[in-house]
Ligand binder design. Structure first.
Ligand code: NAP
Length: 335
């Protein structure tokens, strides 16, 4: 294959105030990089846009360093090896790595994981069988200590993580699975396609009232993707000794005035457990996750959606759209 001379990459042009805008991104032409010793040159085929990237656009200390203004953005991507100077990798291999937001990436082979395009479509390695799927798995089963017979509520239920959480709960024997999402079409998808017992559109009215209606006997587990009003409502609905996996708080990612939670007194009176987690700290469950969730995907028992935007130049649009709820299932960009 002949390589072009030039490639494109997105750089952070400026840090967003509130919701990101296209002006926060710069698409820059660069020479196609050359692979050094122990390195691979990868032509990216599909890349991920994820909520955590919004956090990395801010300045300040977090669990990963912030993106730097003027430097290329990063994120999950799957691509084809077009040059290899590393043992164990050949031209034509398909790899998962973390240098998305560009059409060609050079990386150390140690940072690439081979994936099999015959087992699943490439996007699945960034979604249901990748980081978001793993987040759902460890968050529900390990962090929230889910057990058969639990009533489970998940927010952001029609997104990459949420759509998997609800189905794992159903397949592992939940008594009732409830989801919230931001449109009627998403609510319909949850109930009609994914087998949720109940779902509601959080934009239709107070979350507390809608949740109480959907869960007349309370909930045992809350998988929190949203924070704010959702978390407060869940604390109200949780039964004694209920557990919360605090996965994210997307309702507060694009605002300078985050919504607080006023009813933390319930943590004491109901003996609740809230536990925040980062998926990368739970790698010991990876094999179990691949076996169990991979099996359900292969058998068709666990279904998933992806929203794919075409073209690297539209990656900011896909990212901003995801933050605004325009995606059903995993938000991806095909290059
Ligand atoms: P996603 O759900 O596929 O996409 C984000 C969704 O958030 C949007 O589709 C939108 O859906 C919803 N949303 C946006 N603003 C909202 C608001 N104000 N209130 C309620 N919902 C809102 O994203 P994901 O990749 O699956 O991530 C879901 C959550 O998991 C995020 O909080 C993310 O930060 C977190 N996460 C954590 C870890 C970890 O290790 N802890 C790993 C991965 C992801 P609606 O149409 O329903 O509003």
């Amino acid at each position: 294959m002949t390589l072009p001379n030039n490639a494109r990459e997105f750089r952070l042009a400026s840090r967003p105030e509130g919701f990101p805008t296209p002006e926060n991104f710069d698409l820059v032409e660069v020479p196609v990089p050359t692979a050094g010793d122990g390195q691979l040159l990868v032509r990216n085929v599909v890349m991920s846009v994820d909520p955590y990237m919004r956090g990395r656009m801010n300045e300040g200390k977090s669990y990963v360093p912030p993106f730097e203004v003027g430097k290329a953005l990063e994120g999950g991507a799957v691509g084809e090896v077009v040059a290899s100077n590393a043992a164990g990798f050949e031209v034509g291999d398909t790899v998962l790595h973390n240098l998305g937001w560009r059409d060609y990436a050079v990386l150390d082979a140690a940072r690439a994981v081979k994936v099999d395009p015959a087992v699943a479509p490439l996007g699945a390695y960034l979604g249901v069988l990748g980081m978001p799927g793993m987040t759902a798995y460890v968050g529900l089963l390990e962090v929230a200590s889910f057990k058969e017979g639990d009533v489970v509520f998940v927010s952001g239920a029609a997104g990459a993580v949420g759509q998997v959480v609800g189905q794992i709960a159903r397949l592992r024997g939940a008594k009732r699975v409830i989801g919230s999402a931001g449109s009627d079409a998403k609510v319909k998808y949850l109930v009609d396609e994914l087998g949720f017992d109940a779902a509601f559109n959080y934009k239709d009215g107070p979350v507390g009232e809608q949740l109480a209606q959907a869960a007349p006997d309370g909930i045992d587990v809350y998988f929190d993707n949203v924070g704010g009003e959702h978390l407060e409502a869940a604390l109200d609905s949780l039964n004694d000794r209920g557990r919360v996996a605090v996965c994210g708080s997307i309702s507060n990612y694009n605002t300078k005035t985050p919504t607080g939670v006023r009813n933390t007194g319930l943590l004491v009176t109901k003996q609740l457990t809230l536990r925040g987690f980062l998926v990368m700290e739970h790698g010991h469950l990876r094999e179990q996750f691949v076996r169990e969730v991979g099996g359900w995907v292969a058998s068709g028992e666990l279904r998933y959606q992806e929203t794919v935007t075409e073209g690297l130049d539209r990656a900011p649009e896909a990212f901003i759209g995801m933050l605004r709820g325009e995606n059903l299932g995993k938000a991806l960009v095909s290059l």
